[in-house]
Design a protein around this ligand. Structure first.
Ligand SMILES: *[C@@H]1O[C@H](CO)[C@@H](O)[C@H](O)[C@H]1NC(C)=O
Ligand SMILES: *[C@@H]1O[C@H](CO)[C@@H](O)[C@H](O)[C@H]1NC(C)=O
Length: 193
């Protein structure tokens, strides 16, 4: 007879299957999956701080790539000109964003170290750009869905919606080395089956 615990385990197994990371060799799909699963990432800018001027400067940002049911692959962010990294972006918008399944239950459950390629992670490079019009509305909606606190961030800080306009993508999802994925393949890929 199936115990309650057994039933719970079955349900959990179902949830893991639903979490379904794409096959590790399908790197464009893995990248889309990671971009959708992550709620935040580390963004490296070229610093404008006098002590480290022109040097890489990594900082945490909340992101959303779309509705929970459907990602777009585009990392949207909610930024203020007062923020230290945003000051860098105003001088040079080129940045690198890294996202990792280490922030999900996936790597923890499987005991994958964050630095292991099996704990899939992605490195994006591109330009952070303010978005306007319908895209701004969309970005705000999908950011607020995932990060309800954003709605209460102080209005006088002039928050605006931005995205990383992705130019280059690198994916670590299996042993044998990092792979690059073209933005074209990335945006074509379907993260879910
Ligand atoms: C990934 O590997 C599977 C089986 O090992 C193979 O069928 C599939 O074509 C591969 N996909 C890519 C994109 O290489
Ligand atoms: C940003 O990077 C692109 C491509 O790598 C380069 O062409 C451009 O000059 C860079 N922008 C700045 C402000 O350095």
């Amino acid at each position: 007879m199936l115990s309650l615990r057994g039933l719970l385990l079955l349900l959990l197994a179902g949830a893991t299957a639903a979490f379904g990371v794409p096959p590790s060799n399908e790197t464009a799909r893995v990248a889309r999956f990671v971009a959708h699963a992550c709620d935040w990432g580390a963004l490296a800018t070229l610093s404008t701080q006098p002590q480290v001027q022109g040097q890489p400067f990594a900082n945490v940002f909340s992101i959303s790539d779309g509705e929970l049911s459907k990602g777009t692959g585009v990392p949207y962010m909610y930024l203020t000109p007062l923020e230290i990294s945003v000051k860098d972006l105003q001088v040079n918008g080129n940045a690198s964003l890294t996202l990792s399944l280490a922030q999900t239950s996936y790597c923890k459950d499987k005991h994958y170290d964050p630095q292991s390629p099996l704990c899939a992670h992605v490195i994006f490079c591109g330009v952070v750009e303010k978005v306007t019009g319908a895209e701004e509305e969309f970005g705000r909606k999908v950011l607020f869905n995932r990060h309800p606190e954003m709605e209460d961030w102080p209005a006088e800080h002039d928050w605006f919606v931005a995205k990383l306009n992705i130019a280059n993508i690198w994916v670590l999802s299996h042993f044998g080395g990092i792979e690059s994925v073209s933005p074209e393949d990335y945006f074509k890929a379907t993260p879910q089956n």
